[in-house]
Each structure stands twice: as structure tokens, then as C-alpha cells.
Design a protein around this ligand. Sequence first.
Ligand code: NAP
Length: 248
Amino acid sequence: MRVAIVTGAARGIGAAIARRLAADGIAVGVVDLDEQGSARTAKEIIEDGGRAIPLGADVADEKAAGTAVQRTAAELGPVTVLINSAGIIRDNLIFKMSASDWDSVIDVHLRGAFLMARAAQTHMTQAQWGRIVNISSTSALGNRGQANYATAKAGLIGFTKTLALELGKFGVTANAIAPGFIETEMTQASAARQGIDFEDWKLAAAGDIPVGRIGQPEDVAAVASFLCREEAGYVSGQVIYVNGGAKA
Ligand code: NAP
């Protein structure tokens, strides 16, 4: 049985990916800052007949990231699949953005993905097989009020392409998924901060999306599932947009 770690898996996109990989027959280390949420996702997976362990960890903390990988390996087996989905937003226009809001966003998305990938690649290179999927965003192309987040998400693309170059010879692929508008607590919080009604926002957004609807976490999970399969071994260093065909 293959073993994955999914970060940010207490809820939203990470939780959907964790459930999907478990349904695909992969044992999952469910990592999140929110330990109770991790336990909830792991319980759901186990109740559905899968294998999972919950792990509370801040992915931006070097020791915690290393421990999460070590504990997953000790309890489930070598970690050969890594999904970096943990994320936060601290939106503001540049003139109002604090240095700490910049640092926190860069730390969780970039430092977190780096620390987790560095720890997990040891198992992957030893196994001569691995799959890394980093969750970027269409915001990587630039998004008003998100200088910190857009920078982190663009950085993740460079990181992904470099992992693909360095680790390909060990049978490890690295890809990024760039979702557009996905209905999660993150987008709900974004609406609340802007004083917009979430239902109105979803309707308006759907009108601009060619497939006529906003995305669900399962839309992202389906692509992650494909990228982690055996037959996806020739797909590496790519950015796959999951945005209903919207023009970026
Ligand atoms: P979400 O519902 O807010 O879930 C994010 C999860 O990450 C939360 O459970 C959060 O825990 C956890 N997390 C935050 N900081 C962490 C840390 N330092 N260590 C470990 N876990 C941490 O967000 P989502 O919408 O599912 O987003 C998942 C990923 O997709 C993010 O990387 C996001 O940037 C990306 N994305 C989302 C969308 C969208 O439309 N939703 C679009 C493009 C990309 P806490 O609750 O404790 O903070």
C-alpha cells in the first residue's frame, strides 16, 4: 500500500484530496495545524474503509514538518506521495499589507512546501518512486489584494518545476495544480472580509466561468488523484489549471 501525506487536510481541498487518495487505496497521513480537524478527516477515511492517521503540525516549522513525515513513515510506511495543500490568506492592498502578513503567507505556502518536500523526498528517492503535487492558484498570475499570496503561489510553480528537474531520475514526478474559484472556508472567509454575500459572489463568479459553475474541492481532488497514479509517470513539471476554463 502506498503512503501519502496531505497537508492542510482538516478541511476544504486538502480534506477532499485525502479522502480521494484513501479511496484510491493509498494510506494517508492527514496533516493540519488544526488537530481536531485532522482527526475528523482521518476518522471519515477509516469509517469508509481506508487507512489514515491524524497529525497536528505547522508545516512552516522545520521540526514539526520533519516529525510529521517521520511519524507517518513509522506508522504507515515510507512516504512516497506528498500533497502540499496547507494555506492561508492575509489579503490587503500593498500599501496596507503588514510585513507579518507577507511573512506568514510566504512561510506557510513556500517554506512549508519546501520543508515537507525535503523531508519526504528521502523516502521517495530510496523507493525510486514518488509523486509530489503542490497546490498553487490562478492567483499566481497576479491578483489585486494578494501580493503576498500571488507571490507565494507563483513561487510554488518555480519550486515544482525544480523538483521535477532534480527528482525525475529517481522516478519522482512533481506537478502543480492551480485551482480557480473553489467553494471552501477560505473563499467564504474572503467574501466575509470584503463584505460580500457569499451566495451572491458564487452566482456572479459562475457567470464568468465557461462551464457555468464554481469549483468544488472534489474537482481538485480528481486531478490530484490522476497525478498520483502509476500511469501519470510521464507528466512532470506541469501546472494544471482547474478553473472551469476561465481566462486568467
Ligand atoms: P482552507 O479551507 O482554508 O483549508 C486550509 C487548511 O490549511 C486549513 O485546515 C488550515 O488550518 C490549514 N493550514 C493553514 N496553515 C497551516 C500550517 N502552517 N500548517 C498546517 N496546516 C495549515 O483552504 P482551501 O480553500 O481548502 O485551500 C487549500 C489550498 O488550495 C491552499 O493552499 C489554497 O491557497 C489553495 N487554493 C484554494 C483556492 C480556493 O478557491 N479555495 C483556489 C486556489 C488555490 P487552520 O484552520 O488551523 O488554519
